[in-house]
Design a binder for this molecule. Structure first.
Ligand SMILES: [Zn+2]
Ligand SMILES: [Zn+2]
Length: 214
């Protein structure tokens, strides 16, 4: 598995290019580009001769979806998002771009996801874990064989997603983290939507925003 992180956009979002190196097939998680930042990822794709099968949005906020249109145009990839955040992609009010003085409209999703769905890219398999709270349709993408999970804005290194925005729920966020993410093996590497990577074990022990006891 190849993971290329790119920090992009005005809110320093982590976009991940994740590829199966044997099949040269890949997906892009959260292309939250501003300006012409998509050029950086398109260069990586061309250099490595990758075929982009999917664009996966961990949730529908503007800083995670603003590059959907350009990446879809350039690669023909299908856009995947949880069904409960699907409406945010095409609505600048709901994806909060309007609040920031922008008008971001993504193409509609090609497929909507739900908890337990499996996404296959080459030999890699990702499981969709519905982790609502930051938004109703927030998801985490878990690859069991490689021991990695992409958590969007649900869980960060030493922090958690904000729940003061429309549709958010602090109670649901805590349940998603404690019941779903903290049930993954401790040595699972966490790739969050913002900031540094971490592990499930480290967050169980040290995250000051999560009251967790074994
Ligand atoms: Zn967000
Ligand atoms: Zn974000």
């Amino acid at each position: 598995m190849l993971i290329i992180p790119l920090t992009v956009g005005f809110l320093s979002t982590n976009c991940y290019l994740v590829a199966c190196e044997r099949e040269l097939e890949a997906l892009i998680i959260d292309p939250g580009f501003s300006g012409d930042e998509e050029k950086r990822i398109l260069e990586e794709i061309a250099k490595r001769n990758l075929r982009i099968k999917y664009i996966v949005n961990t949730h529908g906020h503007v800083d995670h979806i603003s590059g959907n249109m350009k990446i879809k145009e350039e690669t023909g990839a299908q856009i995947l998002v949880h069904r409960e955040d699907a409406g945010m992609l095409m609505d600048p009010l709901k994806n909060l771009s309007k609040m920031l003085g922008l008008t971001v409209v993504s193409p509609p999703p090609d497929l909507v996801l739900q908890d337990g769905d499996k996404i296959r890219v080459g030999f890699l398999e990702f499981e969709v874990i519905h982790t609502p709270g930051h938004t109703p349709g927030s998801i985490s993408l878990y690859c069991r064989s490689e021991k990695v999970v992409f958590t969007g804005d649900t869980l960060f290194a030493g922090s958690v997603g904000r729940t003061d925005l429309p549709g958010a729920s602090h109670e649901k966020l805590m349940l998603s983290i404690i019941k779903r993410l903290f049930s993954l093996p401790d040595d699972t590497v966490v790739y969050p939507g913002h900031g540094e990577e971490t592990t499930i074990g480290r967050e169980k022990r040290w995250n000051p925003f999560v009251a967790y006891s074994t």
